[in-house]
Design a protein around this ligand. Structure first.
Ligand code: FAD
Length: 397
């Protein structure tokens, strides 16, 4: 039996549905949402109707019961039309739902997942803090026990899907104990509207204008002790597990955006004439297009490989990091090539490539920077299980 790269009929159908939706509904409106910096509620609701928010989760929790690769295909197609809408979906599925699905009790799952999988509500992932970015263990947010409650104080920054009209809450990391200088960091579910839970103003971002990103602050915010997610002290491990699959999803999003850059470049290169012929007749343009196609196909294969490992429940950490690293850097490079092929017109906001150029960079930063992905890969190579902190412990500062 040879190695098959064919999609199953179900996967192909999901890709087709999302492609049609992206072309017919998303693409015609994406520039306007970007210009207005507007979260597109009606289209998020339409996307929810497709069932994509619960795509890789079982029907028992309100999901669609598809595989992880199907979700990656959906993300690629949506990102090809609008990276902002794609990150709204990715953050909801990979960061909002995944921790509750993997570590929640049956009660927590039944309470939260049906609405989240239906896309009627969004849940956020609160890891990053002003002083804890790549070094997520640098968390300063604290949760102390008081009777049968946790009292949370601290803040989280750059949190996606945290302030829309349908944002219902956040899973955050907080220090719940400290002994001999070692912090125990736990994950806690906090519902929006809890007294002491403040949602900040939307950030003014370089790209992803139609997605929602905000700061969250917690001052004496009390939640029931039953809101602990998983084991006390297990918070970082849980968040890292969610991020591992999330990175493959970000890589799929990057592939979609890179493909959009190639689509636009191919079209423009055949229309735009200079020196009496289309610029696609110049070898300098042809080589750029060929390199874009090659790098995009390589990225897509890496995404599918990592996605297949996740579906098979096999270790995927190194492959997820490599897929994210390669796909995000490829997408940035493709956006640069696309502007170059469009010449001065590419620098104008009238064409979508300017938006692609602004939207692309964040893929090399969010859910772990390119540097962090390289550290994870090196840590796997050196037998340290993908742990960046173990790798850095070996390195004198
Ligand atoms: C639009 C947007 C949405 C986001 N959404 C979320 C979200 O929903 N939830 C959430 O928790 N977070 C979110 N984030 C945060 C994101 O994950 C972080 O920005 C990212 O992990 C990097 O952290 P930092 O910004 O603090 O950068 P820093 O960690 O300060 O890094 C700065 C630079 O130093 C480099 N660096 C750091 N440490 C090392 C090292 N050991 N070796 C080599 N280089 C190093 C980095 O690679 C980077 O180039 C979002 C960010 C943005 C911009």
């Amino acid at each position: 039996m040879g190695l098959s790269f064919e999609l199953s009929p179900e996967q192909a159908a999901i890709r087709g549905t999302c492609r049609d939706f992206a072309i017919q509904v998303v693409a015609p409106q994406a520039a306007e949402w970007d210009r207005r910096q507007e979260f597109p509620y009606p289209v998020v609701a339409q996307m929810a109707e497709l069932g994509v928010f619960g795509l890789p989760y079982p029907e028992s929790v309100g999901g669609a019961g598809a595989d992880f690769v199907s979700y990656l295909l959906a993300l690629e197609e949506i990102a090809r039309a609008d990276a902002s809408l794609a990150i709204t979906l990715e953050a909801a599925v990979s960061l909002g739902i995944a921790p509750i699905f993997f570590f929640g009790t049956a009660e927590q799952q039944q309470h939260y997942l049906p609405e989240l999988c239906a896309g009627r509500k969004l849940w956020a992932f609160g890891l990053t803090e002003p002083e804890a970015g790549s070094d997520a263990g640098g968390t300063k947010t604290r949760a102390r026990r008081d009777g049968k409650e946790w009292v949370i104080d601290g803040s989280k920054c750059f949190i996606t899907n945290s302030g829309t009209d349908i944002s219902a809450g956040v899973t955050l990391t907080a220090i719940t104990a400290e002994k001999d200088g070692r912090k125990r960091i736990s994950a806690i579910l906090v519902e929006r509207g809890t007294p002491g839970y403040e949602v900040g103003a939307a950030y003014h971002k370089l790209g992803w204008h139609a997605s929602d990103t905000r700061e969250l602050t917690f001052a004496g915010c009390r939640v029931p002790e039953a809101n602990l997610l998983g084991k006390e002290g297990g918070g970082l491990g849980q968040f890292f597990k969610a991020l591992e699959a999330g990175r493959v999803a970000i890589a799929a999003l990057a592939v979609g955006l890179a493909q959009a850059c190639l689509d636009a470049s191919l079209g423009y290169a055949q229309e735009r004439r200079q020196f009496g012929r289309p610029i696609s007749h110049f070898q300098a343009t042809q080589l750029k297009l060929a390199d874009m196609e090659t790098q995009i196909e390589l990225s897509r294969l890496m995404v599918w490989r990592a996605g297949a490992l996740i579906d098979q429940n096999r270790p995927a950490g190194k492959f997820a990091a490599m897929a994210k690293l390669h796909a995000s850097e490829t997408a940035t490079w493709c956006a640069n090539q696309a502007i170059q092929i469009h010449g001065g017109a590419g620098f104008m906001e009238d064409l979508p490539v300017a938006r692609y150029y602004r939207d692309v960079k964040i893929n090399e930063i969010g859910e772990g920077t390119s540097e962090v992905q390289r550290l994870i890969i090196a840590s796997h190579l050196l037998g340290l299980g993908g742990s960046v902190s173990k790798l850095l412990d070996q390195t004198p500062s």
